[in-house]
Design a protein around this ligand. Structure first.
Ligand code: ADP
Ligand code: MG
Length: 309
């Protein structure tokens, strides 16, 4: 008989301590400021409902609320990373649900913005170039002045002409394109920043899979098109006339700006464009391209020291 009595006693004891622990926990949960605030807003909630939903209330108070305990989505402490809990009372029931937290929303907005710059193989430092980091020296005041003018105007309305940055290797021409693209994206204007040699390779490859037209269309319509290092490579007559020519023609008609960087001046580039990969000299066609380039951009020299180490 004794063993049974003994276990029964133990059971009662345990059960009592369970009740006690349960009550202590309930007191702790319901006196938590956030839960108190919730309950005060819904006086119709009965004690029985609280009792039944204690686990939801507990979950609610143990989670981070709108990033109050985290600095980033990566360090988020919540069960659902990047989501913050909310308590609701509807259909006579307490509900816990989750909404995107502040850090997650900010992160998503950031990704969306980076997607606005579509570029092929641009170094990270260029993609992250900020206007505040631009080192101003005498040799570049003109370039910076033109850039600032463009950006100030773009905040209201996209100007119809971009800039043709011409100057020696390493003075920061591509860097300036990065600065412009990053500033424009803050006005929700997307830039397509393309490294010319890569562009040529990509278009040549597109002949095989029949995507030339589709790609040409994308370049035609981009808010802002940036062609980095034009003249670095001899172009085929096909690329010059059917690809570049068609894109520039469209943008000229639609008054859409194009930016260029080049180690050459416009005059020198005209000579280069007259020489195609087949070695033919085609002055008329090159002249036609240059006319379009002049319609969509303004030539601005950039000088200074070579910043490449
Ligand atoms: P370019 O296109 O004229 O050849 P880049 O834009 O590639 O020259 O610049 C050369 C190097 O100098 C890069 O590493 C770039 O990040 C750096 N650079 C250029 N301009 C600046 C600047 N204003 N502030 C800081 N770094 C710069
Ligand atoms: Mg460059």
């Amino acid at each position: 008989m004794k063993p049974i009595q003994h276990s029964l006693q133990r059971w009662i004891q345990n059960n009592e301590s369970f009740q006690e622990r349960h009550n202590a926990m309930k007191r702790e949960i319901t006196s938590h400021p956030l839960v108190r605030q919730f309950l005060q807003g819904h006086e119709e909630i009965t004690d029985e409902q609280i009792e039944r939903n204690l686990n939801k209330l507990y979950e609610y108070i143990t989670q981070s609320h709108q990033c109050d305990r985290c600095t980033s989505v990566e360090t988020c402490k919540n069960m659902l990373q990047g989501y913050s809990p909310i308590l609701e009372y509807k259909n006579e029931e307490i509900h816990i649900s989750y909404e995107k937290c502040r850090n997650r929303l900010a992160e998503e907005a950031q990704t969306e913005q980076s997607d606005l710059i579509r570029s092929v193989h641009m170094p990270k430092e260029i993609l992250e170039a900020r206007i505040d980091d631009v080192h101003i020296d005498q040799n570049r005041t003109n370039a910076i002045k033109n850039m600032t003018q463009f950006l100030n105007a773009a905040e209201e309305k996209l100007p119809e002409r971009g800039i043709f940055f011409s100057g020696p290797f390493g003075v920061g021409k591509t860097y300036l394109l990065g600065v412009i693209a990053n500033r424009l994206k803050q006005f929700n204007i997307s830039s397509m920043l393309i490294y010319m040699p890569e562009f040529v390779r990509e278009m040549n490859a597109s002949i095989k899979d029949n995507t030339v037209q589709q790609k040409v269309d994308a370049f035609k319509r981009a808010d802002v098109l940036m062609l980095d290092d034009i003249g670095a490579e001899t172009l085929s007559a096909w690329f010059r006339d059917e690809v570049l020519g068609a894109i520039l023609q469209y943008r000229m008609m639609e008054k859409l700006p194009v930016f260029f960087t080049s180690n050459y001046t416009m005059a020198q580039l005209e000579e280069i464009l007259a020489t195609t990969t087949r070695g033919d000299v085609e002055k008329v066609k090159a002249g036609r391209i240059m006319e379009r380039i002049k319609q969509v951009s303004i030539e601005v020299p950039v000088n200074g020291e070579n910043r490449r180490r």
